[in-house]
Design a protein around this ligand. Structure first.
Ligand code: SAM
Length: 250
């Protein structure tokens, strides 16, 4: 299952780079073999391999497949940058479960220091993790992983979502259920086929300050609880995501 062929026309796809290498050397594919490719956005097809050259595979489209493995709503996970390699875990597991966008950000109590020179490499690594997790989960889309945002930039991005929820342990869990149901109702009201975009904002190990929660509320976000137990930051993102997809029917 390969996402992102270089060319995806009505009749043919070409695959190169690591994906071609994987097909040729690891899967030992031969001309005439079939596989499924996806452009990672909106198209998926069953293809038959025509030729395999050094790191370049060309295949003919046999059948177009419906895009059916995506969740009913688009969930964006905004994660205050956690320590160590926990962001990788959030991206990998969040992709498997069904998030479509990851927005790492820095908040008041984020302890991780950014290193300008290494940020590009780190973002590339996160995007690779999202791609591999999307392939293994048979997703139709590869989630987008954005570069690290400031708190202000994050709140601006929140205004682009249909609803933005800031996870706050002092809030009761009923609020999340109510908010999700409201958002799902909005979805069924839509007639133009556009997808509902929901943003879940999760704090760092030290949590959000009261000031941040009230700034988020002023920016239109709703504070939600995830239950009485205090979850680790990476657990909170997965629990929130799962609740949203469960309540929205996927
Ligand atoms: N000290 C632990 C750690 O090292 O990860 C827990 C930190 S918890 C304060 C981190 C973030 O997870 C919070 O800012 C909040 O966004 C979210 N969170 C954890 N438990 C939660 C709950 N019960 N309800 C809502 N959000 C929660």
């Amino acid at each position: 299952y390969f996402i992102h062929p270089d060319e995806f026309t009505d009749a043919v796809v070409t695959i190169s780079g690591d994906d071609a290498h994987h097909l040729i050397r690891v899967m030992r594919a031969k001309p005439g073999d079939t596989c499924i490719v996806s452009d990672g956005v909106s198209r998926e097809a069953l293809v038959r391999i025509r030729s395999l050259e050094d790191r370049q595979v060309t295949a003919d489209i046999v059948d177009r497949l419906p895009m059916e493995n995506e969740a009913a709503v688009d969930v964006w996970i905004a994660q205050s940058l956690p320590k160590g390699d926990k962001m990788e875990l959030v991206i990998q597991k969040g992709t498997e479960i069904g998030a479509v966008r990851f927005l790492p950000f820095v908040s008041e109590r984020t302890v991780v220091q950014l290193d300008g020179k290494k940020e590009g490499k780190r973002l590339e690594r996160w995007q690779k993790i999202a791609k591999e997790a999307a392939e293994q989960a048979h997703r139709n889309r590869v989630p987008a992983v954005e570069s690290v945002l400031s708190w202000k930039e994050l709140l601006r991005t929140a205004s682009e979502a249909d609803a933005a929820w800031i996870c706050y342990e002092k809030q009761d869990a009923q609020q999340l259920r109510r908010a999700i149901r409201e958002a799902v109702t909005k979805r069924s009201d839509r007639t133009d086929g556009s997808r509902v975009k929901l943003m879940l904002i999760v704090g760092p190990e030290g949590g959000f300050s009261e000031r941040e929660v009230s700034e988020a509320e002023s920016a239109g976000c709703v504070a939600v609880g995830l239950g009485k137990r205090i979850l680790r930051t990476e657990t909170a993102a997965m629990v929130g995501l799962t609740c949203i997809l469960y309540e929205s029917g996927e």
